[in-house]
Design a protein around this ligand. Structure first.
Ligand code: NAD
Ligand code: SER
Length: 324
């Protein structure tokens, strides 16, 4: 039995890869349906290629490892979830239920922390009629399978935390769209933000699938990872789920930021009605004052600093290396 282990599901995803790089190797168990990027070798104790729907696999892991913390990141993101709701329900809801059962069994005799990345998709607005920042307890009327699943799993986690020994410590973080310079997401609906930047750096034209006036909250990946770690180390939390955010540009403002650094970038707007409708149901801004107050959250990167000090240097290096 290996003790004091952190389990990351969905470890090969965007957040998983970034988290692996900061957590270090010796006590981290990484799990993903797909093989792990070879560049991550050395950042984990063991990698298991497997499915969170495989309960026998989870039971076996429970016998081999004493898990103290679970970052449950494996999921189907929103655009893909809407195109395959059956798969989305299985992975996002039944998969999370499996992990919660696993966490509950592990927490029989010791505290186990369960970190769950939720989303702005838990909110449901009619065509963004609310322009002010939306707080955690407002507008909880998700319009998508993905968002409804996230909200349900937040509630499920809070319910599981009261079961058994009471030692399962469930904490949810509602992320806005995330932008990483190192990885490019797939299957999400906030993807136009990172895609616009990555395509410009790679010298490829980009057709943005939302209107120029579309506004959403975003966070860069280093801030998202800091938020997860800060939430994990917080003591006595009055809430089960917290918003975190930084900047809320329109798609046109994002294009202007991209053009500042890549003046020859070609970005056109060709809205996709289904993806536009999803984004229009999500808040333009969210209120993260509870996270600021309860556990000292604040982002390090606003829009200007994100582009100047993180996104542009790192994304330029990435495509320079690829072309060289
Ligand atoms: P991602 O799509 O990059 O990664 C998800 C990972 O889960 C993939 O590596 C995939 O192979 C794995 N996976 C999928 N089904 C699986 C299964 N059945 N068993 C095991 N592994 C499986 O997503 P991400 O951006 O890293 O997001 C991680 C979490 O954060 C998700 O829960 C997502 O909903 C949430 N989130 C992400 C964002 C964002 O903008 N990236 C915003 C809000 C919330
Ligand atoms: N970025 C995610 C998505 O678009 C939102 O949770 O699916």
């Amino acid at each position: 039995m290996q003790e004091d282990i952190t389990l990351i599901t969905g470890a090969n995803g965007e957040i998983g890869q970034a988290l692996l790089r900061v957590l270090g190797a010796d006590r981290v168990l990484a799990l993903d349906l797909n093989p792990l990027d070879p560049a991550l070798a050395g950042y984990y104790l063991e990698f298991i290629q497997g499915d969170i729907l495989d309960r026998a696999l989870l039971e076996q892991l429970g016998r081999e490892f004493e898990i103290r913390r679970i970052y449950h990141l494996a999921a189907i993101l929103s655009t893909k979830a809407e195109s395959d709701p059956h798969l989305a329900h299985k992975v996002n809801v039944e998969g999370t239920m499996n992990l919660l059962n696993f966490g509950l069994a592990q927490s029989e005799h010791r505290r186990v922390q369960f970190l769950f990345p939720s989303s702005i998709a838990v909110y449901g607005l009619e065509a963004k009629e609310v322009q002010g920042p939306v707080g955690e307890d407002e507008r909880l009327m998700p319009t998508t399978v993905y968002g409804a699943g996230k909200l349900y799993c937040e509630r499920l986690g809070q319910h599981f935390a009261k079961q058994g020994s009471g030692l399962l410590d469930f904490r949810a973080l509602r992320f806005p769209g995330l932008i990483s310079a190192e990885t490019l997401s797939a299957g999400g609906t906030t993807d136009y933000g990172p895609e616009m930047l990555h395509f410009a750096a790679a010298g490829r034209p980009y057709r943005c699938f939302v209107r120029p006036d579309t506004r959403l909250p975003f966070l860069v990946m280093p801030d998202a990872i800091r938020a997860l770690q800060k939430l994990a180390s917080a003591t006595s939390l009055p809430r089960g789920a917290y918003n975190v955010t930084s900047f809320s540009p329109s798609a046109e403002e994002l294009r202007q930021s991209v053009l500042e650094y890549f003046p020859s970038a070609e970005v056109s707007f060709e809205p996709d009605p289904d993806r536009q409708a999803m984004v229009d149901s999500w808040p333009a801004r969210i209120d993260d004052s509870a996270a600021r107050r309860d556990w000292g959250w604040s982002p390090e990167y606003d829009l200007q600093r994100a582009f100047a000090e993180y996104l542009v240097p790192a994304v330029s290096d990435r495509y320079l290396e690829e072309s060289g």
